[in-house]
Write a protein that binds this ligand. Structure first.
Ligand SMILES: *Cc1c(COP(=O)(O)O)cnc(C)c1O
Length: 339
Protein backbone atom coordinates (compact mmCIF):
# COMPACT_ATOMS: atom_id res chain seq x y z
CA UNK A 1 0.00 0.00 0.00
CA UNK A 2 1.51 3.29 -1.15
CA UNK A 3 0.45 6.36 0.83
CA UNK A 4 1.18 9.29 -1.44
CA UNK A 5 1.03 12.59 0.44
CA UNK A 6 3.27 14.51 -1.97
CA UNK A 7 0.37 16.49 -3.44
CA UNK A 8 -3.36 16.39 -4.10
CA UNK A 9 -2.48 16.28 -7.80
CA UNK A 10 -1.65 12.54 -7.57
CA UNK A 11 -5.28 11.32 -7.45
CA UNK A 12 -6.49 8.85 -10.09
CA UNK A 13 -9.96 9.14 -11.56
CA UNK A 14 -12.46 6.97 -9.68
CA UNK A 15 -14.44 4.25 -11.43
CA UNK A 16 -17.52 6.50 -11.58
CA UNK A 17 -15.47 9.38 -12.98
CA UNK A 18 -14.03 7.09 -15.67
CA UNK A 19 -17.57 6.01 -16.54
CA UNK A 20 -18.57 9.67 -16.94
CA UNK A 21 -15.51 10.25 -19.15
CA UNK A 22 -16.24 7.16 -21.19
CA UNK A 23 -19.87 7.89 -21.94
CA UNK A 24 -19.53 11.55 -22.92
CA UNK A 25 -20.06 13.04 -26.39
CA UNK A 26 -17.19 15.13 -27.77
CA UNK A 27 -16.55 17.65 -30.56
CA UNK A 28 -13.95 20.21 -31.64
CA UNK A 29 -13.64 22.73 -28.82
CA UNK A 30 -11.59 25.21 -30.85
CA UNK A 31 -14.75 25.45 -32.99
CA UNK A 32 -16.77 25.72 -29.75
CA UNK A 33 -18.41 22.40 -30.60
CA UNK A 34 -17.50 20.12 -27.72
CA UNK A 35 -20.74 19.58 -25.78
CA UNK A 36 -19.00 18.25 -22.67
CA UNK A 37 -16.69 21.27 -22.47
CA UNK A 38 -19.61 23.64 -23.01
CA UNK A 39 -21.51 21.85 -20.23
CA UNK A 40 -18.58 22.16 -17.83
CA UNK A 41 -17.99 25.84 -18.64
CA UNK A 42 -21.68 26.64 -18.18
CA UNK A 43 -21.92 24.66 -14.95
CA UNK A 44 -18.93 26.47 -13.43
CA UNK A 45 -20.04 29.92 -14.60
CA UNK A 46 -23.51 29.30 -13.11
CA UNK A 47 -22.09 28.03 -9.81
CA UNK A 48 -20.16 31.27 -9.37
CA UNK A 49 -22.79 33.53 -10.92
CA UNK A 50 -20.18 34.68 -13.45
CA UNK A 51 -20.87 35.30 -17.11
CA UNK A 52 -18.52 32.84 -18.72
CA UNK A 53 -15.82 30.22 -18.19
CA UNK A 54 -12.89 28.79 -20.13
CA UNK A 55 -11.54 25.23 -19.79
CA UNK A 56 -7.73 25.09 -19.89
CA UNK A 57 -5.12 22.36 -19.51
CA UNK A 58 -3.63 23.71 -16.27
CA UNK A 59 -3.94 26.22 -13.45
CA UNK A 60 -0.71 27.83 -14.54
CA UNK A 61 -2.34 28.56 -17.87
CA UNK A 62 -5.55 30.00 -16.36
CA UNK A 63 -3.53 32.25 -14.04
CA UNK A 64 -1.17 33.36 -16.79
CA UNK A 65 -4.00 34.08 -19.22
CA UNK A 66 -5.80 36.09 -16.55
CA UNK A 67 -2.68 38.17 -15.82
CA UNK A 68 -2.18 38.71 -19.56
CA UNK A 69 -5.78 39.90 -19.97
CA UNK A 70 -5.62 42.28 -17.00
CA UNK A 71 -2.25 43.93 -17.74
CA UNK A 72 -0.10 45.68 -20.36
CA UNK A 73 3.71 45.41 -20.50
CA UNK A 74 5.21 47.70 -17.85
CA UNK A 75 2.28 47.27 -15.49
CA UNK A 76 2.77 45.81 -12.03
CA UNK A 77 1.05 42.88 -10.33
CA UNK A 78 0.64 42.95 -6.54
CA UNK A 79 0.71 39.62 -4.67
CA UNK A 80 2.05 37.83 -1.63
CA UNK A 81 5.71 36.75 -1.83
CA UNK A 82 4.71 33.07 -1.50
CA UNK A 83 2.20 33.22 -4.39
CA UNK A 84 2.10 30.41 -6.92
CA UNK A 85 1.86 32.99 -9.74
CA UNK A 86 5.26 34.34 -8.68
CA UNK A 87 7.05 31.28 -7.24
CA UNK A 88 5.91 28.40 -9.40
CA UNK A 89 4.92 29.61 -12.84
CA UNK A 90 8.39 29.85 -14.36
CA UNK A 91 8.59 33.63 -14.33
CA UNK A 92 5.49 33.67 -16.52
CA UNK A 93 4.37 37.12 -15.37
CA UNK A 94 7.48 38.58 -17.01
CA UNK A 95 7.60 36.07 -19.86
CA UNK A 96 3.97 36.23 -20.97
CA UNK A 97 2.85 39.67 -19.85
CA UNK A 98 6.03 41.77 -19.57
CA UNK A 99 4.75 42.91 -16.20
CA UNK A 100 6.68 43.45 -12.98
CA UNK A 101 5.66 42.16 -9.57
CA UNK A 102 5.30 43.86 -6.20
CA UNK A 103 5.75 41.22 -3.53
CA UNK A 104 4.09 41.67 -0.14
CA UNK A 105 4.99 39.87 3.07
CA UNK A 106 1.64 38.55 4.17
CA UNK A 107 0.65 36.07 6.84
CA UNK A 108 0.98 32.49 5.60
CA UNK A 109 0.37 33.57 2.02
CA UNK A 110 -2.52 35.91 2.77
CA UNK A 111 -2.42 39.68 2.36
CA UNK A 112 -4.62 42.48 3.69
CA UNK A 113 -6.03 45.71 2.27
CA UNK A 114 -3.56 47.81 4.24
CA UNK A 115 -0.64 45.74 2.90
CA UNK A 116 -1.98 46.05 -0.65
CA UNK A 117 -2.24 49.79 -0.10
CA UNK A 118 1.47 50.00 0.76
CA UNK A 119 2.22 48.16 -2.50
CA UNK A 120 0.34 50.54 -4.82
CA UNK A 121 2.73 52.72 -6.81
CA UNK A 122 2.29 56.49 -6.84
CA UNK A 123 1.28 58.08 -10.15
CA UNK A 124 4.82 58.93 -11.26
CA UNK A 125 6.56 58.42 -14.63
CA UNK A 126 9.44 56.67 -12.89
CA UNK A 127 7.21 53.92 -11.56
CA UNK A 128 5.44 50.92 -13.02
CA UNK A 129 1.65 51.19 -13.12
CA UNK A 130 -0.06 49.13 -10.41
CA UNK A 131 -2.79 47.26 -12.26
CA UNK A 132 -3.73 43.96 -10.71
CA UNK A 133 -3.97 42.29 -7.31
CA UNK A 134 -3.75 38.48 -7.16
CA UNK A 135 -4.99 36.60 -4.09
CA UNK A 136 -4.46 32.86 -3.52
CA UNK A 137 -7.10 30.91 -1.58
CA UNK A 138 -6.27 28.52 -0.11
CA UNK A 139 -2.65 29.64 0.04
CA UNK A 140 -0.47 26.68 -0.92
CA UNK A 141 2.85 27.75 0.66
CA UNK A 142 0.85 29.17 3.56
CA UNK A 143 -0.03 25.57 4.48
CA UNK A 144 -3.55 25.65 3.02
CA UNK A 145 -4.51 28.78 4.94
CA UNK A 146 -7.83 30.46 4.08
CA UNK A 147 -8.93 34.06 3.85
CA UNK A 148 -11.58 35.54 6.14
CA UNK A 149 -14.39 36.91 4.01
CA UNK A 150 -14.13 40.40 5.54
CA UNK A 151 -10.44 40.60 4.54
CA UNK A 152 -11.34 39.82 0.94
CA UNK A 153 -14.10 42.44 0.99
CA UNK A 154 -11.71 45.11 2.22
CA UNK A 155 -9.25 44.26 -0.54
CA UNK A 156 -12.04 44.39 -3.12
CA UNK A 157 -13.12 47.82 -1.90
CA UNK A 158 -9.56 49.14 -2.13
CA UNK A 159 -9.17 47.72 -5.65
CA UNK A 160 -12.39 49.45 -6.74
CA UNK A 161 -11.25 52.76 -5.23
CA UNK A 162 -7.82 52.56 -6.86
CA UNK A 163 -8.95 51.15 -10.21
CA UNK A 164 -7.10 47.84 -9.79
CA UNK A 165 -8.35 44.51 -11.12
CA UNK A 166 -8.67 41.59 -8.73
CA UNK A 167 -7.83 38.00 -9.70
CA UNK A 168 -8.17 34.91 -7.53
CA UNK A 169 -5.83 31.95 -7.85
CA UNK A 170 -8.39 29.51 -6.51
CA UNK A 171 -6.51 26.31 -7.32
CA UNK A 172 -7.92 25.01 -4.02
CA UNK A 173 -10.84 27.41 -3.66
CA UNK A 174 -13.30 24.59 -2.93
CA UNK A 175 -11.20 23.57 0.07
CA UNK A 176 -11.58 27.14 1.36
CA UNK A 177 -15.32 27.21 0.65
CA UNK A 178 -15.86 23.95 2.54
CA UNK A 179 -13.59 24.96 5.45
CA UNK A 180 -15.09 28.44 5.86
CA UNK A 181 -18.69 27.78 4.85
CA UNK A 182 -18.42 30.41 2.09
CA UNK A 183 -20.28 30.34 -1.24
CA UNK A 184 -19.06 30.42 -4.85
CA UNK A 185 -21.56 33.23 -5.59
CA UNK A 186 -19.87 35.56 -3.09
CA UNK A 187 -16.56 34.99 -4.85
CA UNK A 188 -18.16 35.45 -8.26
CA UNK A 189 -19.50 38.86 -7.22
CA UNK A 190 -16.18 40.00 -5.79
CA UNK A 191 -13.41 38.99 -8.19
CA UNK A 192 -12.90 40.12 -11.79
CA UNK A 193 -11.53 36.69 -12.61
CA UNK A 194 -11.19 33.36 -10.82
CA UNK A 195 -9.05 30.34 -11.61
CA UNK A 196 -10.04 26.97 -10.16
CA UNK A 197 -8.22 23.63 -10.51
CA UNK A 198 -10.16 20.46 -11.20
CA UNK A 199 -7.06 18.29 -10.86
CA UNK A 200 -6.21 19.03 -7.22
CA UNK A 201 -8.56 18.07 -4.39
CA UNK A 202 -11.47 17.64 -6.79
CA UNK A 203 -9.73 14.61 -8.27
CA UNK A 204 -10.09 15.14 -12.03
CA UNK A 205 -7.09 13.98 -14.06
CA UNK A 206 -6.50 17.27 -15.91
CA UNK A 207 -7.83 20.77 -16.19
CA UNK A 208 -8.58 24.17 -14.75
CA UNK A 209 -11.25 26.77 -15.37
CA UNK A 210 -10.95 30.51 -15.75
CA UNK A 211 -14.09 32.46 -14.87
CA UNK A 212 -14.95 36.05 -15.71
CA UNK A 213 -17.09 38.45 -17.71
CA UNK A 214 -18.06 37.64 -21.29
CA UNK A 215 -15.58 40.03 -22.94
CA UNK A 216 -12.80 38.94 -20.62
CA UNK A 217 -13.30 35.27 -21.45
CA UNK A 218 -13.48 36.11 -25.15
CA UNK A 219 -9.99 37.64 -24.91
CA UNK A 220 -8.84 34.80 -22.67
CA UNK A 221 -9.91 32.31 -25.35
CA UNK A 222 -7.62 34.10 -27.82
CA UNK A 223 -4.63 33.92 -25.44
CA UNK A 224 -5.35 30.26 -24.72
CA UNK A 225 -4.96 29.61 -28.46
CA UNK A 226 -1.76 31.69 -28.62
CA UNK A 227 -0.28 29.63 -25.76
CA UNK A 228 -1.15 26.40 -27.55
CA UNK A 229 -3.91 25.51 -25.11
CA UNK A 230 -6.73 25.21 -27.62
CA UNK A 231 -7.67 21.55 -27.32
CA UNK A 232 -9.90 19.64 -29.71
CA UNK A 233 -11.98 16.64 -28.57
CA UNK A 234 -11.09 17.22 -24.92
CA UNK A 235 -14.64 16.59 -23.73
CA UNK A 236 -13.70 13.42 -21.86
CA UNK A 237 -11.47 15.55 -19.65
CA UNK A 238 -14.26 18.07 -19.17
CA UNK A 239 -16.67 15.26 -18.26
CA UNK A 240 -14.29 14.30 -15.46
CA UNK A 241 -14.34 17.94 -14.31
CA UNK A 242 -18.12 18.10 -14.36
CA UNK A 243 -18.28 14.86 -12.37
CA UNK A 244 -15.80 16.31 -9.87
CA UNK A 245 -17.80 19.52 -9.38
CA UNK A 246 -20.97 17.51 -8.86
CA UNK A 247 -19.60 14.76 -6.59
CA UNK A 248 -16.27 15.68 -5.03
CA UNK A 249 -16.84 19.03 -3.33
CA UNK A 250 -18.54 18.18 -0.03
CA UNK A 251 -16.20 15.23 0.59
CA UNK A 252 -13.28 17.67 0.90
CA UNK A 253 -14.13 17.94 4.59
CA UNK A 254 -12.86 14.37 4.96
CA UNK A 255 -9.47 15.47 3.58
CA UNK A 256 -9.43 18.30 6.11
CA UNK A 257 -10.19 15.89 8.99
CA UNK A 258 -7.38 13.62 7.82
CA UNK A 259 -4.99 16.57 7.65
CA UNK A 260 -5.86 17.51 11.24
CA UNK A 261 -5.26 13.91 12.33
CA UNK A 262 -1.81 14.08 10.72
CA UNK A 263 -1.15 17.39 12.50
CA UNK A 264 -2.05 15.76 15.82
CA UNK A 265 0.19 12.74 15.19
CA UNK A 266 3.11 14.95 14.14
CA UNK A 267 2.81 17.19 17.19
CA UNK A 268 3.46 14.12 19.34
CA UNK A 269 6.86 13.59 17.76
CA UNK A 270 9.75 15.23 19.65
CA UNK A 271 11.49 16.08 16.37
CA UNK A 272 8.58 18.25 15.21
CA UNK A 273 9.07 21.82 16.38
CA UNK A 274 5.80 23.18 15.06
CA UNK A 275 3.03 22.58 12.56
CA UNK A 276 1.46 25.49 10.72
CA UNK A 277 -2.21 25.74 11.75
CA UNK A 278 -4.06 23.15 9.64
CA UNK A 279 -7.12 24.73 8.05
CA UNK A 280 -7.63 22.53 4.99
CA UNK A 281 -5.78 19.61 3.35
CA UNK A 282 -2.17 20.77 3.61
CA UNK A 283 0.11 20.09 6.57
CA UNK A 284 3.43 21.93 6.82
CA UNK A 285 5.67 20.95 9.71
CA UNK A 286 8.98 22.35 10.92
CA UNK A 287 11.58 20.07 12.50
CA UNK A 288 13.86 20.82 15.43
CA UNK A 289 17.41 21.97 14.77
CA UNK A 290 19.86 19.24 13.80
CA UNK A 291 17.12 16.76 12.85
CA UNK A 292 17.92 14.57 9.84
CA UNK A 293 14.90 15.43 7.68
CA UNK A 294 16.27 13.64 4.61
CA UNK A 295 16.77 10.47 6.67
CA UNK A 296 13.22 10.72 8.04
CA UNK A 297 11.79 11.08 4.54
CA UNK A 298 13.81 8.04 3.41
CA UNK A 299 12.61 5.93 6.36
CA UNK A 300 9.00 6.90 5.73
CA UNK A 301 9.43 6.10 2.05
CA UNK A 302 10.70 2.65 2.97
CA UNK A 303 7.35 2.18 4.77
CA UNK A 304 5.46 3.29 1.66
CA UNK A 305 4.75 6.86 2.77
CA UNK A 306 5.71 9.58 0.31
CA UNK A 307 6.00 13.33 0.94
CA UNK A 308 8.40 16.18 0.20
CA UNK A 309 10.71 18.47 2.12
CA UNK A 310 9.98 22.07 1.15
CA UNK A 311 13.13 23.43 2.78
CA UNK A 312 15.99 22.07 4.91
CA UNK A 313 13.80 21.94 8.03
CA UNK A 314 10.22 21.89 6.72
CA UNK A 315 8.16 19.18 5.11
CA UNK A 316 4.68 19.07 3.60
CA UNK A 317 1.99 16.40 3.58
CA UNK A 318 -1.19 16.78 1.52
CA UNK A 319 -4.38 14.75 1.94
CA UNK A 320 -6.74 13.99 -0.92
CA UNK A 321 -9.38 11.74 -2.46
CA UNK A 322 -7.10 8.69 -2.64
CA UNK A 323 -6.17 8.72 1.06
CA UNK A 324 -8.54 6.40 2.90
CA UNK A 325 -9.01 5.30 6.52
CA UNK A 326 -6.73 2.27 6.13
CA UNK A 327 -3.93 4.49 4.96
CA UNK A 328 -4.54 6.93 7.80
CA UNK A 329 -4.30 4.08 10.30
CA UNK A 330 -1.10 2.80 8.77
CA UNK A 331 0.38 6.30 8.70
CA UNK A 332 -0.34 6.84 12.37
CA UNK A 333 1.20 3.45 13.23
CA UNK A 334 4.36 4.14 11.22
CA UNK A 335 4.69 7.59 12.77
CA UNK A 336 4.34 6.16 16.28
CA UNK A 337 7.31 3.85 15.71
CA UNK A 338 9.68 6.26 14.05
CA UNK A 339 12.07 8.82 15.51
C1 LIG B 1 -1.37 23.71 -8.41
C2 LIG B 1 -1.55 25.16 -8.32
C3 LIG B 1 -1.77 25.95 -9.47
C4 LIG B 1 -1.80 25.38 -10.87
O1 LIG B 1 -0.89 24.42 -11.12
P1 LIG B 1 -0.90 23.53 -12.45
O2 LIG B 1 -0.02 22.41 -12.06
O3 LIG B 1 -0.38 24.38 -13.53
O4 LIG B 1 -2.31 23.11 -12.72
C5 LIG B 1 -1.99 27.28 -9.30
N1 LIG B 1 -1.99 27.84 -8.08
C6 LIG B 1 -1.80 27.12 -6.96
C7 LIG B 1 -1.86 27.79 -5.63
C8 LIG B 1 -1.56 25.76 -7.03
O5 LIG B 1 -1.36 25.06 -5.92
Amino acid sequence: MLIDLRSDTVTRPTHEMREAMHSTTVGDDVFGEDPAINTLENLAANMFGMENALFCPSGTMTNQIAIKCHTQPGDEVICDELSHVYQYEGGGIAFNSGASVKLLQGDRGRITASLVNTGIQPDDVHRPVSRLVVLENTANRGGGSCYEWTDIQEIELLCRQKGLSLHLDGARLFNALVAKGQTPEDYGKTFDSISICLSKGLGAPVGSLLLGKKDFIKRARRFRKVLGGGMRQAGSLAAAGTYALQHHVSRLKKDHENARAIEKALLEKPFVKEVLPVETNIVIAETVEGFDLTGFIEKMKASGILFFAISSNRFRMVTHLDIDDNMMNKLSEVLKNID
